[in-house]
Every structure is written in structure tokens, then in C-alpha cells.
Design a protein around this ligand. Structure first.
Ligand SMILES: Nc1ncnc2c1ncn2[C@@H]1O[C@H](COP(=O)(O)OP(=O)(O)OP(=O)(O)O)[C@@H](O)[C@H]1O
Length: 295
């Protein structure tokens, strides 16, 4: 589907090139990582606990300075954004960063003052639909209500790049469905870029047109989810037979797992229309399997 109002541009909303980041006395979390997010893309970021999803999203936003590599947002150095570019970005962190002594309307009014664009109708609609208490101070809201408010705040200024770190973690199933619908509507209408990390794979199946797998400090694979479910196969056979097959078809293995007796299991994307040798097992994988294999 083509976004309706987005001006054509080749500039990625976010681009990371050869980014390496290590915490002092800690592990190397990002390791020469390359990643691009384009206008109109909705990307679900997947990775195991501790894989570095939060670190990656914070680095992408310029909140952490990498040891090596470059990060740009709309073509600008992420560490030195001008105000206009900063206003194009929305962020929902994993931990609530709302001012706890404010009421929700006070909080929203405060943030509104920073942005040239603010969609009051959208804010009011979501406040009502998500039943956010207006007179209660934020400290007294439930975890899910705080998360919803944080999402409303991030959607209100209609960012061109929306970054969400586990945005649905404390939402109930209705809240998740509603939020995801809002997200997709927003992106489709405005050609915005959305990236969100999640552990809830069924949510990705509803909305994430693209999935990115973070593993060992790199984006191991990013592609539209429906393509991955169609193309990625697990081949099982002798090492020699599979090496021959990969060479003949020009395929790059995504993962190899040695088995006994000179055999192996190998994951690769199989182009449409390729006829496989008879007797060769090539199984499809569901999203759970892909997560287990690629992260
Ligand atoms: N401030 C910090 N100082 C030192 N090490 C850190 C810090 N923050 C995170 N780490 C380490 O960096 C690695 C990546 O953490 P990060 O929070 O980015 O992972 P994650 O994929 O978001 O995890 P989760 O899914 O559990 O939220 C972990 O090994 C973590 O212990």
C-alpha cells in the first residue's frame, strides 16, 4: 500500500552504519551493526531478553553514543539534531518517564507546548477510548493506563519516526488490539516509520509488515513477515548435498546446525519457483520457530 501524504524521499528515517556499543565493564551489545528504517515501514524488533533491543533503540535515538559507527535520523547526526528534526521523532520508553505529580491533561498540555504539530482530536479520542482518568495524578494510574498515556503522548505530535520499546507489555488484549490498529492507521495515513520491540509474537502477526531479528549484536535478518513465512525453509540433509544445493541456487544460509553422521540442518530463504531435488526435506517455519532459530 502506498502512503497517502508522504513526500517522496530516499532519505532513511533512521540509518545505523557499523555501530558498535559496549557498556563499561560490560558486554559488547551492538557489534558493527547496520540497519535502515525507511519511510512508511512498520518494523517489529525481535530479540531474546538481554539481546540489546533497548540499547539499540536508545542508540538509534541518539540517547547513547556508540563507540564506533554512525547513526543518522532523517539524514542528520543523531547526536546533533536540530529542533525541527527532533520534533519529528516520538519515543515510548520501556520504563514510564511521565511526570508522576501531573494529571494526564496537565502532562499533555506541557508536552504540547514543545511541538509545532499536535493532533488534539486524536488525543481526545484516545483519552476517551482508553478511559484514562483525567483528574487522577499519574502516580495513581495503573501500569497499563500509564503505558497508554505514554503512547498517546507519543502519537499526539504525529511523529514521522515513532520508536516504542515494548509498548504493549502491560496492555490487556483489547488495549493491544486498539493500540496496534491506531499505529497502523497512523503509518498508512502519513507514511511514518514505526519501530517497536516486543515479545508478543501474535501481535507482530497482526501488524508488523517487517520483522527485524537482533542477534549477537547485529540485525541478523529484516524482511516483510509474510515473505519470511513463505520463503524461509529448514533443510535437512548431508553437509555435502546441502553445500551443493546452496551453491547451485546461490543461497546464503541464515543458520547451520550440525547433526550426527555428516548431516546438518540449514536455514535459508528459498526463492519462489525453485524445484528441489526429490527426497530433500525443506520445512516451512512459523513465527515462533523463526524467533527461536534467528535470535
Ligand atoms: N546501563 C547498563 N550498564 C551495563 N550493562 C547494561 C546496561 N544496560 C543494559 N546492559 C546490558 O546490556 C545487554 C543488553 O541489554 P538491553 O536492555 O539492551 O537488552 P534487551 O534486549 O532490551 O532486553 P529485554 O528484552 O530483557 O528488555 C544486557 O546484557 C544488559 O545486562
Amino acid at each position: 500500500m502506498t502512503p497517502a501524504h508522504f513526500p517522496p524521499t530516499d532519505t532513511p528515517s533512521a540509518a545505523l552504519s557499523q555501530v558498535t556499543l559496549r557498556y563499561p565493564k560490560g558486554p559488547t551489545v551492538l557489534n558493527a551493526l547496520d540497519w535502515q528504517l525507511l519511510p512508511g515501514q512498520v518494523v517489529g524488533l525481535l530479540g531474546r531478553n538481554g539481546a540489546g533491543k533497548t540499547t539499540l533503540l536508545e542508540t538509534l535515538l541518539g540517547l547513547r553514543e556508540p563507540e564506533a559507527g554512525t547513526v543518522t535520523l532523517f539524514g542528520q547526526d543523531a547526536q546533533h539534531l536540530d529542533d525541527a528534526t527532533r520534533a519529528r521523532i516520538g519515543y515510548v520508553p520501556q520504563e514510564s518517564d511521565l511526570f508522576e505529580a501531573f494529571t494526564p491533561p496537565q502532562l499533555l498540555a506541557y508536552f504540547q507546548s514543545f511541538y509545532p504539530r499536535w493532533n488534539t482530536a486524536k488525543v481526545e479520542g484516545l483519552m476517551s477510548r482508553w478511559a484514562i482518568p483525567r483528574d487522577q495524578i499519574i502516580r495513581k494510574l495503573s501500569g497499563g493506563q500509564k503505558q497508554r498515556l505514554s503512547i498517546i503522548r507519543a502519537l499526539a505530535h504525529e511523529p514521522d519516526l515513532l520508536v516504542l520499546d515494548e509498548p504493549v507489555a502491560s496492555l490487556d488484549p483489547t488495549g493491544r488490539r486498539d493500540f496496534l490498529r491506531e499505529l497502523v492507521g497512523d503509518v498508512m495515513d502519513r507514511g511514518a516509520t514505526v519501530v517497536f520491540s516486543t515479545h508478543i509474537l501474535s501481535d507482530l502477526e497482526r501488524v508488523a509488515f517487517n520483522v527485524a531479528f537482533l542477534s549477537q549484536g547485529r540485525i541478523a535478518l529484516q524482511a516483510p513477515l509474510d515473505e519470511l513465512l513463505d520463503d524461509v525453509r529448514a533443510f535437512t540433509g548431508s553437509v555435502t548435498e546441502l553445500a551443493g544445493l546452496m551453491a547451485r541456487l546461490g543461497l546464503q544460509p541464515l543458520k547451520r546446525t550440525p547433526l550426527e553422521a555428516g548431516r546438518e540442518r540449514l536455514l535459508a530463504r528459498l526463492p519462489a519457483g525453485v524445484t528441489l531435488p526429490t527426497g530433500l526435506a525443506a520445512d516451512r517455519l512459523n513465527l515462533d520457530d523463526l524467533f527461536t532459530e534467528l535470535t
